[in-house]
Design a protein around this ligand. Structure first.
Ligand code: SF4
Length: 436
């Protein structure tokens, strides 16, 4: 089998850079494994190691700094038959270290080659997560204040089942890489090399010194027996296959005519706990029962039981390309919090607009027709005001008809909830016009 190196984009690094050696070694490893370009996806990070995806005639993905493992996970889950090989530098490990931990814990079948040369080479030789404290780097003294990251040690501790720490100058590196790629699970190969362009301009580092440094550390040569376990992707597919299939959404056949033929833009303004979003959903379902298109856009704070809750709805016989509302035809004002949050919506109202105003909720005066409803006097509690307001709309023939609303409630609710909702929308008194 031929080399998988891209003849139109030969690897170009600074003279003596260990990345070049690793590029050719990786090609040899693919060759030993008998892999074709279509069998492999190279996922690269940012920096000099980020050039790797361009050097091979394989599938490739190149993304943001420190995030290569996240893309690789997506590729492998979508295309489990591919050999996914990730190249990152020590800089990327520092930036996206949490992704390394996640990959170790997860054990998806990826191969991570860390091209570890103890500095950010491409950007000028700044200190990285693995720079030794005694090294001279282009970013001042900061490396002297930190401990370097032990990539292999962290990977093992986080659950990686296959970890190698080795020199880029090791003679059997093609076999080392081939074994890592063939391993069924997450394999980390922390390859120590030399950046002559930056790091070794200020520091003495040779292949022999790398060997000596590695010899002083615990050996890491492959499988971590205590982390041995099933591969994540297979486990995922087995587990997902055992789940009940998600049913298709129930189709709604239009059975009713809408009260008018025009597009309606509706804003429901309430507070948390008033079930504004549910009422908005029911209004959309009612529109579907009349053959209309519908969109719902919600807005609420992170708080529960306080703060505004808003639902913006468009019901239209025409397709809806944009869910934003510029000029509402109907505003339902059910709580001061929602009204305060959408004060500007009242400025956009025209004489053709309608405001349904719950008693006790102030709204700014304007040209719109106001219809007041005293839910409290009817013994309806605030959590039911939004649903009750749909009953009001249906009784007034605004936007929906009673049969549309009841069909929508039947689509959304069951049992006692449905019975209670039907009783509410049937009994609510519609109130009166205030300024019509
Ligand atoms: S800057 Fe360093 S890592 Fe980058 S190509 Fe040059 S020697 Fe290699």
């Amino acid at each position: 089998m031929d080399s998988l190196l891209n003849a139109t984009r030969p690897p170009v690094f600074c003279p003596g850079c260990s990345h070049e050696r690793i590029t050719h070694t990786l090609d040899q490893a693919f060759h030993k494994m008998g892999l074709a370009g279509a069998d492999i996806c190279m996922v690269s990070d940012i920096g000099c190691s980020g050039l790797f995806d361009t050097f091979f005639n394989t599938h490739a993905l190149h993304g943001l700094h420190g995030r290569a493992l996240t893309y690789a996970a997506g590729v492998k889950l979508a295309r489990p038959e591919l050999n996914v090989v990730v190249t990152m530098g020590d800089g990327g490990q520092g930036i996206g270290g949490a992704h390394l931990l996640a990959a170790c814990r997860r054990n998806l079948d990826l191969t991570l080659l860390v091209l570890n040369n103890f500095n950010f080479g491409m950007t000028g030789g700044q200190y990285s997560a693995t720079t030794p404290p005694e090294a001279e780097v282009g970013s001042g003294f900061l490396n002297r204040l930190e401990r370097p990251l032990d990539i292999g040690g962290v990977a093992r501790a986080a659950g990686a089942p296959y970890v190698v720490r080795c020199s880029a100058y090791r003679s059997d590196l093609p076999d080392v890489i081939a074994r890592a790629v063939a391993f069924k699970g997450f394999a980390v190969v922390d390859i120590w090399g030399i950046c002559p362009g930056r790091f070794s301009k200020r520091n003495r580092l040779t292949p022999k010194l790398i060997e000596e440094m590695l010899a002083r550390l615990p050996a890491m040569e492959g499988e971590v027996v205590e982390n041995r376990r099933p591969e994540y992707g297979e486990l995922y597919r087995q587990t997902a296959a055992a789940l009940n299939p998600v049913p298709e959404p129930a189709a709604i056949e239009p059975r009713f005519a809408p009260p008018g033929g025009a597009r309606e833009e509706v804003i429901m303004l309430g507070s948390a706990g008033q079930r504004i979003i549910t009422a908005g959903e029911i209004l959309c379902l009612a529109a579907l029962h009349a053959g209309l298109n519908a969109t719902q856009k919600n807005d609420y704070d992170i708080t529960v039981l306080r703060g505004p809750s808003i639902s913006e709805l468009i019901l239209s016989p025409e397709p809806i390309d944009f869910s934003g509302i510029a000029q509402p035809s109907l505003v339902v004002a059910l709580a001061p919090e929602g009204v305060a949050r959408r004060r500007k919506a009242f400025e956009a109202l025209s004489s053709g607009s309608v405001v349904i105003q719950a008693a006790g909720v102030e709204v700014a005066p304007g040209p719109a027709r106001i219809h007041r409803v005293d839910f409290k006097a009817q013994g309806i509690k605030p959590p039911d005001w939004a649903l009750a307001s749909l009953g009001v709309l249906a009784k007034l023939g605004l936007v929906i008809r009673p049969e549309m609303l009841e069909a929508a409630l039947g689509s959304r609710l069951r049992g006692a909830s449905l019975a209670g909702a039907l009783e509410l929308v049937r009994r609510v008194a519609p109130g009166q016009w205030a300024n019509a």
